[in-house]
Design a protein around this ligand. Structure first.
Ligand SMILES: [Zn+2]
Length: 133
């Protein structure tokens, strides 16, 4: 079975990264030949690919952190709106409808955050499996 290797130089034609044509190593050598020659990938292109596939935990953590901030500010806004609704809507039915709508918005945000958490856990497991080989 062909296993990709890390090499310091792109020794075989075309002697550069397939992604950006950089000639400075290290590279991942995929040990595969195409009509264009040997397939090498430089560190920068490998990092970009990993980020695009969502393997970089930094990006996922940032997404989760942004979602948590959105949820917090939404909850604060809802608490404030509930207070205003109590003052502005003396009719009990109208107040309840507005509160119900706000509670649904909170639930939607919470399930969005839970989905993100699940996604991050899956990514972490995948990264762990990739790291173990
Ligand atoms: Zn490259």
């Amino acid at each position: 079975m062909i296993e990709p290797q890390i090499v310091e130089t792109a020794a075989m034609y075309p002697m550069h990264c397939a992604g950006c044509t950089n000639v400075y190593g290290p590279f991942v050598d995929f040990e595969r030949e195409t009509h264009a020659g040997r397939i090498y990938l430089c560190r920068k292109c490998a990092r970009t690919a990993a980020r695009l596939f969502g393997f970089s935990k930094g990006r996922k953590l940032e997404e989760l952190s942004n979602a948590a901030e959105s949820l917090e500010s939404a909850q604060a806004l809802i608490a404030d709106l509930e207070h205003q609704v109590e003052i502005l809507y003396p009719i009990e039915g109208a107040k309840d409808a507005v509160i119900k709508d706000l509670e649904e918005q909170i639930q939607a945000l919470e399930s969005q955050m839970n989905a993100l958490k699940g996604h991050i856990a899956e990514e972490a497991e995948l990264n762990l499996q990739l790291a173990r080989g």
